[in-house]
Structures are given as structure tokens and as C-alpha cells.
Design a protein around this ligand. Structure first.
Ligand code: ATP
Length: 241
């Protein structure tokens, strides 16, 4: 099987700081992959390079066999790369429906807007809230709305950056079920600090530290990796959950 996404020597400097430092990364189609690592490890910078929000200082990015390194973000969206970011990105004054409709239109799909929007709201459990003003929704619902906006893009690769931050335990359980469902027809790249969520969802885990990949493997291998425990988890994986 060919990977859906690969990066080769991917790097991004900010002044003298190597936020992402020569990263070789590979993601198979259909995978749910978690990226973990301490604050400042370069996780957000890495996925920002993949989706084209920022440009690399060096290296290449290949998506579905195509070099997308120099491709603008909006074109990557059309290829199927969707992302939601840790900072709430919904338009507060618009309804849930209109937020998702805006996202849907970016994908330039041939489907009717209404069908596409309602399907995304339905999958995230927000169909009954379509008319609610986004800014007046509970925080957890706003996070789900972000996921619905990502889903409206009909992604082949959905990048979620700290999606469970600020959610209650009950909301997190619902979120885990949602990502499993999304993972049935999309590849998911998940930056996540909550180790319970990571262990529940990820088939493989990539650990970043200081801009580099420190370790990669199945959840059990990462849990047992001493270097990972020392660098990130301050003892044991359980301690961080
Ligand atoms: N636009 C920027 N300008 C300057 N430095 C930046 C910029 N974006 C990120 N950095 C720096 O790059 C490094 C990596 O940051 P990044 O946000 O990618 O880490 P992270 O692993 O996502 O951290 P967190 O878990 O806290 O979100 C940090 O030292 C950060 O301060």
C-alpha cells in the first residue's frame, strides 16, 4: 500500500529556532495516527506545514503521490486535506448551519449545500442545533461544530489539533466515538494531549520532541518506550492521562 501522506526532511525555522527539524513522516490511508509530545515540540507547526498554513524552510510534502510542497492551502483543501485548530475557529455570529455551509463551499463539491451541511451536522450530533448561533453554543458544541466544518470538506485526511481541550469527560467519550466513525472513511491525524484519548483511538503514535520524531509505534510500544516516558511523560504514560 502507498502512504497517503509523506514528508521528507521537512523543516521550519522561526529565526534561529528549528520548530520542525528534518522530519521524515509517513501516514497510511485509513490510519488514525496521534502525534504527541511536550509543549513546543513542533506538533502544530508540523500539521500547519502539511495543510499549507505555513511554508517549510526545507523539505518536501507528498500527498497521494503528488508533491504539494508549494501548493496553496485552499488547493490542498480541494485535494482532501481538512484541519481544525486548537483555537476555536467558528464564526460566532453565524448559525451552526452557516458555519458548516461556509466550510462546505470551500470544498467546491458538486453536492447540494443543504445535503452536505446536514450530513456533517448529523454525524457530529448537531443536526438539532443547526439554527443556533455558534457563539451562543456551549464550548463542547463549538468544538464539535469545528469537526463538522472539517467533515463538510469531505476530507481524505482530517487533521484535528487538540480537539478535546476543554471538553468534559462525557463530551470526550462522545468525541472518541465520533473519531472512530470518521476513521472508517478518512485518515485522521490527531494532535492530542489527553493520553486516554490517544490510547483509545490511535493505531500508531508519533512522538515529537524539539522539532524531531523521538519515537513512533503502536500504543503499547510507545507506552513502554523509556525515552518517551523520560522526555514527555515524566514517568509513566498513565501519569499523564
Ligand atoms: N509563528 C511563530 N513564530 C515564532 N515561533 C513560533 C511560531 N510558531 C511556533 N513557534 C515556536 O515553535 C516551537 C514549536 O511550536 P508548536 O506550536 O509547533 O509546538 P506544539 O508541539 O504544537 O506545542 P503545544 O503542545 O504547546 O501546542 C515553539 O517553540 C514555538 O514557540
Amino acid at each position: 500500500m502507498t502512504p497517503l501522506l509523506t514528508t521528507h526532511g521537512l523543516s521550519r525555522d522561526f529565526g534561529g529556532l528549528k520548530a520542525v527539524d528534518s522530519v521524515d513522516f509517513s501516514l497510511m490511508p485509513g490510519e488514525i495516527r496521534a502525534i504527541i509530545g511536550p509543549n513546543g515540540a513542533g506538533k502544530t507547526t508540523f500539521v500547519s506545514l502539511v495543510c499549507g498554513r505555513i511554508l517549510p524552510s526545507a523539505g518536501r510534502i507528498v500527498f497521494d503521490g503528488r508533491d504539494i510542497t508549494d501548493m496553496p492551502a485552499h488547493k490542498r483543501v480541494r485535494l482532501g486535506i481538512a484541519y481544525t485548530f486548537q483555537i476555536t475557529s467558528v464564526f460566532a455570529r453565524l448559525s451552526a448551519y452557516d458555519n458548516v455551509a461556509l466550510a462546505f463551499q470551500r470544498a467546491q463539491s458538486g453536492r447540494s449545500v443543504h445535503d452536505g451541511v446536514m450530513e456533517a451536522l448529523d454525524r457530529t450530533g448537531l443536526a438539532d442545533r443547526a439554527k443556533e448561533t455558534a457563539g451562543a453554543m456551549a464550548y463542547g458544541h463549538q468544538r464539535l461544530l469545528e469537526v463538522a466544518m472539517g467533515l463538510a470538506l469531505k476530507p481524505r485526511l482530517l487533521i484535528l489539533d487538540e480537539p478535546t481541550q476543554g471538553l468534559s469527560d462525557g463530551e470526550i467519550a462522545g468525541f472518541i466515538a465520533l473519531v472512530r466513525e470518521i476513521g472508517r472513511d478518512a485518515t485522521v491525524l490527531l494532535i492530542e494531549h489527553n493520553m486516554h484519548v490517544v490510547m483509545e483511538l490511535a493505531q500508531r503514535i508519533t512522538v515529537m520532541e524539539a522539532g524531531r520524531i523521538l519515537a513512533e509505534g503502536a500504543p503499547q510500544e510507545i507506552r513502554d518506550n523509556v525515552a518517551v516516558q523520560e522526555a514527555y511523560l515524566g514517568g509513566t504514560v498513565e501519569a499523564a492521562s
